[in-house]
Design a binder for this molecule. Structure first.
Ligand SMILES: [Fe+2]
Ligand SMILES: [Fe+2]
Length: 336
């Protein structure tokens, strides 16, 4: 094999940087290509040029989504050791493990945007990046496992099915698998609640009490009303989001009301009624002050969730060190 020849550098008098107008033409061309790709409904891939704000918006959204999957393991994980039967325990274990997998796919998708896993973890535990406010509420009874599956995973499905068509390739592809698993999560929740509703009066009361606590926080999962959601229009123009917060919330309510009737539970909203003219259910407004308090860290479990995540990260340091040492030794053995 011959040694590669070193290409001769340009003469000192010639500059390698393109002239300013060539630079501007190149930037215009790249932006036009990006816009055309999004307009055709094609995917933007990690090596494609993208506007910096598009990248930053995606990092924020995908990171928040990944963090929600990982923090979301805690409220239900709380019940694994106290599941009422081996069958329920196996279902709950599988579900919580799925959420860990969702977090991993999404962290990987986020890393393709040029951020490291380490950076993402630090931003989560320092509170610089958020996760879904629903996971800052406590789980007080086993019925909460069912309600979370039915309402929280149900809301997640409404949010996430349109994301399978999102414009950023790695995010959309991760969502396809995530959504298949979310459907199982919703069904296992509904099945648990329907079993309890066919049980004793005490079990029925547990279900109703749980639904009363989770209904409004579940509606908040879609984010603030469209009028107070300044990023929605840009995210929709870029094909990151496909529906507005209010559209998704309406879809969720319309989907859930008949399921509540079939279960025999009451949704705690006196304003909830079918509107013949609109062809949708009317419903009351969640307490947006409570939402903002929880988002800003003042929910019942914010501090506990982050403290637990930080402790798990610190406890896992020896695993990361061992994996790095093993990788270094394996490289050395290949070289030797
Ligand atoms: Fe999930
Ligand atoms: Fe889930």
């Amino acid at each position: 094999m011959t040694a590669p020849t070193t290409p001769a550098g340009p003469p000192a008098s010639v500059t390698t940087a393109p002239a300013p107008d060539v630079d501007a033409d190149l930037a215009d061309g790249l932006a036009a290509d990006f816009e055309a790709t999004v307009a055709r409904g094609d995917r933007i891939e990690p090596r494609d040029w993208m506007p910096e704000k598009y990248r930053a918006t995606l990092v924020r959204q995908v990171a928040q989504h990944a963090h929600s999957e990982i923090i979301g393991m805690q409220p239900e994980g709380n019940w694994i050791t106290r599941a009422p039967s081996l069958r329920r325990k196996a279902i709950l274990l599988a579900k919580v493990q799925d959420e860990a997998g969702h977090g991993l796919y999404l962290y990987s998708a986020c890393e393709t945007l040029g951020v490291s896993r380490q950076e993402l973890t630090e931003k989560l535990v320092s509170g610089k990046q958020k996760y879904s406010s629903i996971f800052n509420y406590p789980t007080l009874s086993y019925a909460d496992v069912g309600t979370i599956g039915w309402l929280v995973d149900g809301a997640a499905i409404c949010n996430q099915v349109p994301l399978c068509r999102t414009s950023y390739g790695p995010y959309g592809r991760a969502m396809i698998r995530v959504c298949k698993e979310e459907s199982f999560h919703q069904r296992q929740g509904y099945e648990l609640l329907s079993t309890m509703m066919r049980g004793t009066d005490e079990q029925r009361a547990m279900v109703q009490e749980s639904v009363d606590r989770f209904w409004w926080p579940a509606l908040m999962m879609f984010g603030p009303p469209d009028a107070d959601s300044p990023n929605t229009a840009q995210s929709m123009a870029w094909g990151i989001k496909r529906d507005t917060n209010d559209e998704l919330r309406q879809k969720f309510v319309d989907m859930t009301v008949p399921q509540a009737a079939a279960l025999g539970v009451t949704l705690p909203d006196p304003e909830l009624r079918w509107d013949e003219e609109r062809g949708h259910h009317d419903f009351g407004s969640p307490d947006w002050d409570e939402f903002m308090t929880v988002v800003k860290g003042g929910g019942p479990c914010n501090a506990q969730r982050i403290a637990h995540r930080r402790a798990a990260h610190e406890d896992g340091e020896w695993v990361r060190d061992a994996a790095l040492a093993f990788a270094a030794r394996s490289r050395e053995q290949v070289r030797a």
